[in-house]
Design a protein around this ligand. Structure first.
Ligand SMILES: Nc1ncnc2c1ncn2[C@@H]1O[C@H](COP(=O)(O)OP(=O)(O)O)[C@@H](O)[C@H]1O
Ligand SMILES: [Mg+2]
Length: 241
């Protein structure tokens, strides 16, 4: 059974696209065993799909850049029709990540997308400017639809210290929202990667890149995206012997 995950916050610039493509990248990496010494180049169909429903389509642009650099590790589709969204569940993927618009103008497409989601990740930045838009999204959109969601603090710069992060965690907890323990730290690498069109699993092999990548592996693990063996569609190691 496919699991459909929405990346949702009506505030722009909080990391919806960044989390969609990088959670997809690490989930793909785990599901196809691309870190395994047994991994071969002959891959089956990808078990992971990223769908952009954002009319501003930064992730389309991302995928465009990525084509020049040897491609994304997962499948990608741009969708604007509600009918296409309803077909997602019949597709042969283990995980589908749906990137949604970050503008109140696009609430119709957001709601159409949410109707297909099994769960939602709500990225937010650790800064007070982000509090009210996030609260509006959760209270006006997610809670009335009864969708399971997790708030993920993204773009925290450890050099700023704990005060903003603590204030944000307290705001989240005072509202009674579920919050991921994993905080996605700010790395210039992530910002640069979106301009260069690469995803975390394609970062260079150095310590900083490993740290930056680790946040996404931790988050995927915490959210349960590693999958169960039966879901390893497209696995290079067939589960049924
Ligand atoms: N953890 C992070 N570290 C560094 N830059 C980040 C991080 N998360 C997001 N960014 C950058 O912030 C900008 C907005 O992120 P994006 O994912 O496009 O937000 P949204 O899709 O919610 O509008 C992009 O330039 C992106 O590269
Ligand atoms: Mg975006």
């Amino acid at each position: 059974m496919v699991k459909i995950h929405g990346l949702v916050n009506q505030k722009g610039g909080v990391g919806k696209t960044t989390l969609a493509v990088n959670l997809a990248a690490v989930t793909h990496s785990v599901l196809v065993g691309s870190n395994s010494p047994l991994h071969t180049e002959t891959q089956g169909p990808s078990p992971v799909l990223v769908v952009s429903t954002d009319p501003q389509a930064s992730s389309v642009w991302w995928s465009g850049r990525v084509e020049e650099r040897g491609g994304l590790p997962f499948d990608f589709a741009q969708i604007s029709e509600p009918g296409q969204l309803r077909q997602l569940r019949s597709l042969e993927y283990a995980h589908i990540f749906v990137d949604t618009p970050g503008s109140l103008d696009d609430e119709k497409i957001l709601r159409d997308a949410l109707e297909q989601c099994d769960d939602v990740v709500v990225p937010m930045e650790p800064e007070p400017l982000c509090f009210i838009p996030t609260e509006n999204t959760i209270k006006n959109v997610l809670v009335p639809m009864g969708i399971h969601y997790t708030v993920v603090v993204n773009n925290w710069d450890p050099r700023d210290g704990l005060p903003d992060l603590k204030e944000t965690a307290e705001f989240i907890s005072a509202n009674g929202w579920p919050m991921a323990d994993t905080v996605v730290r700010r790395y210039k690498l992530h910002t640069r990667a979106s301009a260069e069109g690469i995803v975390v699993t394609q970062y260079p092999k150095n310590r900083t890149a490993a740290e930056a990548r680790e946040d996404f592996f931790r988050l995927a693990l915490e959210l349960g995206y590693g999958g169960v063996p039966g879901q390893r569609a497209g696995s290079v190691h067939p589960v049924e012997a």
